[in-house]
Design a protein. Structure first.
Lengths: 208, 208
DNA sequence: GATACTACCTACCGTTCGGTAAGTTAATGG
DNA sequence: CCATTAACTTACCGAACGGTAGGTAGTATC
């Protein structure tokens, strides 16, 4: 896993242990003592590399959101149609999720955290917004292209899709419902684009 | 607010204060001391009425999910078509949400909590599942009626809808995006049923 | 060979945590 | 009039919390 970049070995151990504990217990319930025990380092070693508990968390949060943004960009570039882009996005998120579920958990948890749940000095809202706005941009473009239904707003569609993607990920953290793979990605995008209602003319049903 | 039922006045104060703190800070970060200070009671008074911190939380969690279930049932009964039922469900959830956002926050937070985030003895997964299964049942019925597209499974549609409903609620906790009212409910259901893709024959566009 | 810096260490700080022991007050029942 | 119970109270517990003071081994520099 090349996800955690760090110059020091100790710093790396700390980050990896912190990732485990924050992902598993949330910010408040994860204790610094547990983290340093798990990382087999002393507490001052942690406070040498990170300003405080919040700073340690911040490092992981930034990495999680930046990684997601990177994945979104890469995936969207791989297709020209909105359908292809959305499938690519879901597929790559699912792939990454399967092997880095702890980092993803942190990204999701910070996205939907209560105001008092995390230290106020933490900066992550701008990163959340950036990731959402990326999807939003795709939708706007597809709307102009005529790929999407003009009766809906780009914002509500971006919201519907990004929201649904996140729900699938979050739900999978709680109870693995179905395999999060490319096939599932295809079906989700299919449902999103075609809608759940029965079609009046079953002329060209397409495949999902 | 008749949400919190209790026989003792003190118990009521405690529950109300606990609701505020748990909703605002999450389980771990909310301290018993803050709660009793806020409720203007002593700590042993709290431990007289509730077994422990987890028991206090449990009372709120149960109430939150039970209330949601009640809302779902009432809303679904108000219409015969799946479209009508889904709109009613969203509308009633939105209504309730606007006036009881703290209780809703707890329901959502427990739904997507990490394993180590909450005490293990807490019982809530069965209640989550019950609420989801209610939506699932509606979808199954609508599928048999031919109201929904047979190419999709009832489970994935229930998931898509319930998930999207929850995302709208959660997102609204973080940043109020749009008015959560009946009009919004209509648009969300519209998007869910019709799909985002442009329709080939714009014969009867419907209104959302 | 003194100085300075990195990368830690042991030991400990004050605070807050969830929770309790034991006593008090007011009402109720025999 | 006494016993019991409900509904608390003050005072306190040990453990865990996040964080730090002060010292040190190793390396690099002048």
């Amino acid at each position: 896993m090349a996800a955690i970049v760090s110059h020091s070995k100790t710093r790396q151990h700390i980050l990896r242990a912190a990732l485990r504990h924050f992902a598993n217990s949330g910010y408040a319930a994860a204790s610094v003592q547990q983290i340093v025990d798990d990382a087999r380092v002393s507490k001052p070693a942690l406070y040498y590399h990170f300003k405080d508990k919040a700073g340690l968390f911040q490092a992981l949060v930034s990495e999680a959101h930046d990684k997601e943004f990177e994945l979104l960009c890469g995936a969207a570039a791989r297709s020209k149609t909105i359908r292809g882009q959305l499938v690519e996005i879901l597929a790559v998120l699912f792939d990454y999720f399967r092997e880095n579920r702890e980092l993803m958990r942190i990204a999701l948890a910070t996205m939907f955290a209560s105001p008092g749940e995390l230290p106020k000095k933490l900066r992550y809202l701008d990163r959340c917004e950036r990731n959402f706005e990326f999807i939003h941009t795709l939708m706007k473009r597809a709307l102009q292209n005529g790929e999407l239904d003009g009766r809906f707003g780009s914002r509500e569609m971006a919201f519907g899709f990004y929201g649904q993607a996140n729900v699938h990920l979050m739900a999978h953290l709680v109870t693995p419902t179905c395999r999060l793979d490319r096939r599932t990605a295809n079906r989700i995008v299919g449902l999103f684009l075609a809608g759940a209602a029965r079609k009046r003319n079953a002329g060209s049903p397409g495949k999902f």
